[in-house]
Design a protein around this ligand. Structure first.
Ligand SMILES: [Zn+2]
Length: 482
């Protein structure tokens, strides 16, 4: 006897190469059982394979060209604007909206890009980075209840690096967040008796897999997930476990804007801050000064230094990464034709360019980036460069980056302006990869492998509920539904 119809467990950055080793060691018995008795396979993500917009590609069944969001940040070089999307920037109906329209109640916990949360027949607790302490749940009474019963607060904004001494706290907070999200999801499921329950663990990838890849903190977090999978799975007729993208092991960074600068596609503006280096003011000696006056709390130190790093060079004269509006101030736009963002988007800046010249420029960038080598390792940092027409379709195609570079597993393509070298060592150990995973278990023991795309899951789940599938969805119903 089950209580709910479908449970979907979204695990950020989950993929088989990472999970198989723990399944083989017997450390994830519940996930292993669901796979053995279910249908499973790779789940190919969008390009670039990044949390934003990948989770929305999942929930809408649509490619980014139909969503109008292509990465964590959209640039408009003509208007010189940068937009960092929130839930309000996504207007296409999501799985939970379509289920609600057909009288099926839904509960959603922890999904990135759900702040501000929408009102559902059921409940929504916003997840992912940037969720504030209030206004994170719908209905509003849920928020008070969670605070009172579980002392629940939404996840803090983590720094993207850790210093020695802060790592332990940071790992514990991340694992506790994963544990707590499952606990409150099960509590709300019992309270609201929804038909469809969606839970997302964002912390597993950002930060744990990014910083430790398959290290001990990640293994522990996966065991926490497996424990909850064990207690929840039998309460639903169908269980889906799925990712937004995969993760690969890496150790190097590639600075695309330094390469564009070197090749003459981009001109960096000399800022007056740059002259500070000649007076001996660097990030390293500022750090020393902060420590001397007693500002030693590790996390606040990192955040403070990260904001300083946008403007002040380090002891080698290099600047930190800058994204968003800051990028506009650091570029000499009159002589810049191309600019890149981290993880892949490449924008061409020249509205006067005729179609032939535009295509020649794109072909040149594709050719040069795909053949570029790191002299030190002999490896290519970029495996493929796609034109936007190859990977996107829909009304927002014209807003898309002109090209998107997909990095190779070992190299993380970084944005930012000001690095003096093309390559650097990475603090991260896990890079986003295109192949994620899914398992679908509806109790009909089959154990078959069918590889799928991220767009296929929304139509498949709608089919499980006998809800008609909107034609505009890009995915297909997987051959697992009777
Ligand atoms: Zn992700």
């Amino acid at each position: 006897m089950t209580d709910g119809d479908v449970l979907a467990i979204a695990i950020d950055g989950a993929c088989w190469p990472l999970v198989n080793q723990w399944i083989d060691d017997g450390e994830l018995p519940n996930i292993a059982r669901l796979r053995e008795e279910g249908t499973w396979g790779n789940l190919e993500s969008c390009v670039p394979p990044v949390t934003c917009p990948a989770w929305k590609c999942y929930s809408t069944g649509k490619n980014p060209g139909k969503l109008g969001v292509f990465w964590w940040e959209n640039l408009d070089l003509h208007e010189q604007t940068s937009t960092i999307p929130t839930a309000n920037d996504f207007t296409e109906p999501e799985l939970w909206d379509l289920l609600n329209e057909n009288g099926i109640s839904t509960g959603v916990v922890g999904m990135p890009l759900t702040y501000p949360p929408k009102s559902l027949d059921g409940f929504m607790v916003a997840g992912g980075p940037g969720v504030p302490d209030t206004g994170f749940a719908q209905p509003r009474s849920v928020e008070d209840e969670l605070r009172e019963k579980f002392d629940y607060t939404p996840r803090p904004t983590y720094p993207s690096s850790v210093e020695e001494g802060s790592t332990e706290v940071f790992v514990e907070e991340s694992i506790e967040q994963i544990d707590q999200d499952f606990t409150i999801a099960e509590y709300l499921f019992d309270a609201y008796e929804v038909d469809f329950l969606q839970i997302c663990s964002f912390e597993i990838n950002g930060p744990l897999q990014h910083l430790f890849y398959d290290g001990e903190p990640t293994r522990r977090a996966w065991q926490v997930i497996d424990k909850h999978v064990g207690s929840l799975a039998d309460r639903f007729e169908t269980v889906v476990i799925h990712s937004d993208h995969g993760t690969s092991e890496m150790d190097k960074q590639f600075y695309i804007n330094s390469w564009l600068d070197q090749e003459g596609f981009l001109t960096r503006k000399q800022s007056h801050f740059e002259r500070l280096a000649s007076y001996g003011l660097t990030r390293d000696n500022i750090r020393g000064a902060l420590e001397r006056v007693g500002l030693r709390r590790p996390l606040s130190n990192i955040q403070f230094l990260r904001s300083l790093a946008q403007h002040i060079p380090d002891s080698t004269g290099q600047f930190g990464e800058t994204e968003g509006k800051a990028i506009f101030d650091k570029i000499e736009w009159d002589s810049t034709k191309v600019v890149g963002l981290a993880q892949g988007p490449i924008y061409i800046h020249d509205t006067e360019m005729d179609a032939g010249t535009y295509e020649e420029l794109r072909a040149e960038l594709i050719r040069e980036l795909e053949t570029l080598e790191d002299d030190e390792t002999g490896q290519h940092p970029i495996q493929s460069v796609f034109s936007r027409e190859e990977i996107y379709s829909g009304p927002y195609l014209e807003d898309a980056p002109d090209l998107v570079a997909l990095d190779t597993p070992r190299y993380h393509n970084k944005g930012g302006i000001g690095k003096q070298t093309l390559f650097g060592e990475s603090e991260w150990r896990g890079n986003n990869a295109r192949q994620g995973l899914y398992i679908l278990n509806d109790g009909a023991e089959c154990g078959t492998r069918i590889d799928a795309e991220i767009y296929d899951l929304a139509p498949t789940i709608l089919e499980l509920f006998d809800v008609s599938i909107p034609e505009e969805m890009d995915g297909e119903v997987l051959d697992v539904v009777d």
